[in-house]
Design a protein around this ligand. Structure first.
Ligand SMILES: Cc1ncc(COP(=O)(O)O)c(C=O)c1O
Length: 461
């Protein structure tokens, strides 16, 4: 069946999907038992329509926080079409015009960073940084400084190695054995304080916990520390005040490279170009994907300093340069889309809108918290927010995942798509997630949070 025939035959599309498509992160049993898979056919602004014609407000930017500039941007599609017609692909050993142009635009937004390595997914960009750390270890530390620290609850991707650097057991479980050399540090969610401390004491405890790991492993064995600026799928976790200064100081003290994973927070999500810029962090590696081209084309980047880059320019051995390639890192559609995407973010002041509308969203969520005792805490920055649901505010007993899923399902039935920490953290898949396109208005956000209020009332009472 060709694609046009498919477009005119919704039942045929659904049946072909049911028979042959293996959906991401999905249990297929319900589809076999008569539930139709959801097929999304069109998007405009922050709305999407499914194949039955049902309209939805998308409060999670394509389900996985990607479509930062919203749907239906013809100018991005046109720029990609023009570029693909002229020069669609060439392996990354050569340069292309959009790669060159986008890297200059990007570096302009990232003072202190210099070099862009192109790939095609967030996982892959993180793998590039890990490989760079390992190669530095081999060439400068006799292979010793090769361990990579990651944080509990953070996520860095879906490959075996990025899962090895993942702090979400329900994502990595059953996929071992894992890549050796990845070591976890504790999460920094004060609401779930490991020792009951709060405020400055919690910051100090969180930093001590990192230093304890460094000392236990031996600083001379640790190459880098990989962190999300705001933990995304692990429950929208903002580090406590003073945490980042402390992290930076530890990295300096123990000569550990700092790798910030901006796959979710990058390109305006929190109200600055990158999440790390909210906290005055000076990273050695920044990885990004999703919002770089808002999903109009696949692109990811691993960005580094000249200090890191220079470690790969010694030509005294044929082995010293970065011997890595990403075939699809050479697709020109990615950077062509990324250029237009960045122009839109600037021309429409979507970073400013993210900040302003983020405050409105947080206000609405705080309002919901007043009405619903099952909201234990709301957290967020810019158009990126979470609401942690509990059975009891005092004991903080997490709401069971099934119940949280019912709330998300009820929102969906109302035509509002929100997210949740799903099948990530044993016992703690209890946070509702919000990351609408950065074009969201107050009305859009009111529609979202009103639907959430109705869903909570229905499910919890
Ligand atoms: C923080 C973070 N890093 C990395 C990734 C992996 O990106 P990708 O799915 O493009 O490989 C994700 C995906 O959700 C993510 O949330």
């Amino acid at each position: 069946m060709d694609i046009n025939a498919h477009t005119n035959d919704p039942a045929g599309v659904i049946e072909a999907d049911r028979a042959h498509v293996w959906h991401h992160l999905s249990q297929h049993k319900p589809y076999a038992n008569g539930v139709d898979p959801r097929i999304i056919v069109e998007g405009k602004g922050l709305k999407v329509w499914d194949i039955t014609g049902k309209e939805h407000i998308d409060a999670v930017s394509g389900g996985v926080w990607t479509v930062n500039v919203g749907y239906g941007r013809k100018r991005i599609a046109d720029a990609v079409a023009e570029q693909l017609t002229k020069m669609c692909f060439f392996g990354g050993t050569a340069g292309t015009i959009p790669m060159s142009a986008f890297s200059e635009m990007l570096i302009d937004k990232m003072p202190g960073l210099d070099r862009v390595y192109y790939a095609s997914s967030g996982s892959e960009a993180n793998e590039k940084a890990f490989k760079m750390v390992r190669q530095i270890s081999h060439n400068f530390y006799g292979g010793k400084k090769n361990k990579i620290l990651f944080r509990d609850r953070d996520y860095h991707g879906t490959t075996i190695t990025t899962l090895s650097a993942g702090g979400q057991e329900e994502r990595s479980g059953q996929y071992g054995p894992y890549t050796p050399g990845f070591v976890s540090i504790p999460h920094c969610l004060e609401y779930r304080s490991q020792d009951g401390s709060t405020g400055e004491a919690y910051t100090a405890a969180s930093l001590k916990a990192i230093e304890d790991v460094i000392l236990r492993e031996g600083a001379d064995t640790i190459g880098s520390l990989c962190l999300e600026p705001i933990t995304a799928g692990g429950g929208i976790i903002l580090a406590p005040t003073g945490y980042w200064e402390g992290v930076q100081a530890l990295c300096k003290k123990y000569e550990i490279l700092l790798h910030i994973d901006e796959v979710v927070c990058g390109l305006g999500r929190t109200g600055t170009w990158f999440g790390y810029q909210q906290f005055g962090i000076k990273p050695d590696f920044v990885t990004m994907a999703k919002g770089v081209a808002s999903g109009y084309a696949a692109i990811s980047c691993c960005v580094t300093t000249n200090e890191v880059f220079d470690k790969f320019t010694d030509d005294s051995s044929h082995m010293n340069y970065f011997r890595d390639i990403s075939t699809f890192g050479g697709c020109t559609g990615g950077p062509a889309a990324a250029i237009e995407n960045m122009k839109i973010l600037m021309e429409e002041d979507l970073l400013g809108n993210s900040t302003r509308m983020g405050e409105h969203l947080m206000g609405n969520l705080n309002g919901l918290m007043e009405d619903h005792a099952c909201i234990g805490e709301v957290r967020g920055m810019g158009l990126f927010a979470g609401a942690e649901l509990v059975l009891d505010r005092k004991t903080k007993e997490p709401m069971p995942e099934k119940m949280v899923a019912q709330i998300v399902g009820d929102c969906m039935a109302q035509g509002v798509i929100i997210g949740m920490t799903n099948r990530s953290l044993p016992g703690f898949n209890n946070t509702l997630l919000f990351a609408p396109p950065l074009i969201a208005t107050k009305d859009d956000l009111n529609n979202v949070t009103e639907a959430v209020g109705r869903a909570i009332k229905k499910v919890v009472g």
